[in-house]
Design a protein around this ligand. Structure first.
Ligand SMILES: *Cc1c(COP(=O)(O)O)cnc(C)c1O
Length: 354
């Protein structure tokens, strides 16, 4: 175990980069007339470029997340943060990332786009993290380890001690993707940020916040790491409509969000039982997220029949350790009942036709 040195792991060209300075960066006082950014004078207020630093939204988020404003990066979905992390730290054709398998597909896709190698480390057969093997796979070109917890598509949250072991052993960046943390009863890693200078946490407005359509993702890390991401993002990566909408939801609809969250968690518990009672369901894996991974006889056939009934689920049959598995998102009570009815119907038909 050595020590983490941010300057040593950031790509040299990124370390030296002088970022684009926007009109709104160069002026930050009060003014009545803005003739600095070649905007149209018409169609107020959307004629203006949005705040490139998203100060108002970050100020609203900081107390909710119990972090400092400087520890927040906002992206066009967390997918933007994933891409920027790889671009900031991984030299194309040289460096690599480590990703547990199975996990969220975007880490590998973003790495591929950037010509960065992905080293996959298989989860144990019960979907737990193999921290020792991940540590064993680290080499001098490993810059980032992505750990999705609760994990997509398996649904389980990894053991805290295993994740801490990796953070402690690695001198590169460890990214914990907590897209599903609000559905879990166990705590995440946001409160650990000040303890680990190499830790990043990703969250998103797309799942528990119910705003996938506005494309807003969050990354949390030390102010130094956040500065690097901010330097390389598009200047106006979060548009004004998204900023307005997110601020309004945060300020005025928190009660509604919590009610929705509770409904989803209740439905999840109910459906867990219902699904387990279906004869051709082999296993409903425990989930800390808003979906279940379900092992089912002839999953692809069931998938196709569900599609014919107008119900789309995720077929994970071809994913490592997920043979004959489908992933069901928790929907509304009505949607879930339709799924159940459809599954029962498929089961009856199958028994009839052998
Ligand atoms: C859904 C999901 C996200 C969210 O991505 P956005 O770009 O913010 O919509 C991130 N990570 C994982 C693992 C996910 O499943």
């Amino acid at each position: 175990m050595g020590s983490f040195n941010l300057k040593a792991i950031v790509r040299e060209n990124i370390g030296k980069l002088k970022p684009y300075s926007s009109a709104r960066d160069e002026f930050s006082g009060e003014a009545a007339i803005f003739l600095d950014a070649n905007e149209s004078p018409y169609n107020s207020p959307l004629n203006r470029y949005p705040d490139p630093h998203q100060r108002e939204l970050k100020a609203a988020l900081a107390p909710i997340k119990k972090v400092n404003v400087e520890q927040i990066f906002l992206g066009n979905g967390s997918d933007e943060a994933i891409d920027l992390i790889i671009r900031a730290f991984c030299e194309p054709g040289v460096d690599n990332i480590i990703v547990p398998d199975p996990s969220y597909g975007m880490y590998h896709v973003c790495a591929d786009i950037n010509n960065v190698q992905t080293k996959f480390v298989k989860l144990n057969s019960n979907f737990t993290l193999n921290a020792d093997e991940i540590i064993h796979q680290i080499d001098k070109h490993t810059k980032v380890i992505f750990i999705c917890s609760p994990n997509n598509p398996t649904g389980n949250q990894f053991k805290r001690t295993e994740i801490l072991k990796i953070i402690n052993h690695f001198n590169g960046i460890v990214v914990i993707d907590e897209a599903y943390i609000d559905f879990s009863e166990k705590p995440g890693f946001l409160s650990e940020l000040s303890n680990f200078p190499n830790l990043m946490v990703l969250q998103t407005f797309s799942k528990s916040w119910a705003m996938a359509g506005i494309r807003l993702g969050l990354a949390f890390a030390s102010a130094e790491i956040i500065d690097i991401l901010s330097k390389i993002k598009y200047p106006y990566n979060i548009n004004q409509l998204t900023l307005n909408y997110a601020l309004d939801r945060i300020k005025n609809y928190e009660t509604e969000r919590l009610i929705w969250l509770k409904l989803i968690i209740e439905e999840k518990k109910r459906m867990q039982h219902e699904l387990q009672n279906l004869k051709f369901v082999k296993e409903v894996f425990p989930s800390d997220a808003n979906f279940w991974l379900v092992k089912i006889e002839n999953a692809t056939e069931v998938y196709n029949k569900l599609v014919m009934n107008g119900i789309v689920v995720r077929n994970r049959n071809n994913v490592t350790l997920c043979e004959n598995c489908l992933r069901f998102t928790v929907g509304s009570t009505d949607e879930n009942n339709k799924l159940l009815n459809s599954l029962e119907e498929i089961m009856v038909m199958r028994e009839r036709h052998g």
